[in-house]
Design a protein around this ligand. Structure first.
Ligand SMILES: [Zn+2]
Ligand SMILES: [Zn+2]
Length: 293
């Protein structure tokens, strides 16, 4: 595997290493869309490599970075610290490499979350290694909660507050005239139950080339799941259409959702988009897939 993808001409590359929500679900019913939890790699101009979240998908991503030893310089942005977004971190090989710099930013609690699997203050044996024993240089940037994060000469990252229990951040990457929006663990609702309504997310995603959004639930499940902090795929579709995005990728698949059901969801979304006369491209995130923006 070629670990260092060259990105040129203003292009962004997005690779999905973990697409699943809540808990890893390997098995015959999740082969196509994947069983690992949230981890997405974004490759940007100037060989800037950003990893979003440290779910179980970050373990194979770490293996893929082996050819870049020993001088690896990466950014890790954490949406929030629910288990499915951080528990892969102790198994991310680069944390044990010297001369590896991991620059961290994201939700204000991100460092607490990344430390916790190593040291949970009780010293009672959840993991054999302590956080301070890691060889990598782990730097907390602490910029995003104050404003945009600038990477290199051409990339700007902005955040939006998630509508999710305990909160968190969604991210927008702007590079030249390209825009990528990543929003997982977010409940799109008209009433803005934690301060942001659908309109705010439409505005944040306006004109994006690619919108990746949480779509864990079916519309008929939403009544029972109100307040759980996830969206149904039809509301996500509507948000993508309203925002005029070029491509929509459904993300954070429910652990019980089989490949065949995800195929049906994608087909339904495509049909509905066609009925509404849009040219929106729609797919569900597949582990191992790379999308060029
Ligand atoms: Zn999650
Ligand atoms: Zn969550």
């Amino acid at each position: 595997m070629q670990a260092k993808a060259l990105v040129t001409g203003g292009m962004m590359k997005v690779k999905f290493w973990g697409t699943r929500g809540s808990i890893a679900v390997p098995g015959r019913d999740t082969i196509k869309y994947g069983g690992n939890t949230t981890c997405v790699e974004v490759m940007l101009e100037g060989d800037i490599r950003v990893i979003i979240d440290a779910g179980t998908g970050i373990r194979p991503l770490g293996e893929s970075l082996e050819p870049l030893r020993p001088n690896l310089d990466i950014y890790l942005l954490i949406t929030h610290i629910h288990w499915d977004h951080i528990l892969g971190f102790p198994f991310f090989e680069p944390v044990y490499w010297k001369n590896c710099r991991i620059n961290i930013d994201g939700a204000p609690t991100c460092m607490k979350g990344l430390r916790y699997p190593f040291d949970n203050m009780m010293g009672d044996g959840f993991f054999p290694v302590k956080f301070h024993e890691l060889n990598a240089q782990i730097n907390y940037l602490d910029r995003l909660r104050h404003g945009p994060l600038v990477l290199g000469d051409t990339v700007v990252v902005e955040k939006i507050d998630l509508q999710h229990p305990q909160g968190g951040y969604g991210f927008k990457f702007k590079q030249g005239n390209k825009t990528l929006v990543f929003i997982s663990d977010n409940e799109l609702r008209l009433d803005g139950w934690r301060g942001q309504t659908v309109k705010d997310f439409v505005r944040f995603s306006e004109g994006a080339d690619l919108l990746i959004h949480d779509s864990q639930y079916l519309p008929e499940e939403m009544e029972a799941k109100k307040g759980w902090g996830h969206s149904d795929y039809l509301t996500v579709l509507d948000t993508g259409i309203q925002a005029g995005v070029g491509r929509l990728v459904l993300f954070h698949h429910d652990p019980s959702r089989k490949d065949s059901q995800l195929d049906e969801i994608v087909a339904t979304c495509k049909k509905k988009a066609k009925e509404r006369g849009t040219s929106l491209e729609i797919d569900a995130a597949r582990e191992g897939e790379t999308i060029e923006v």
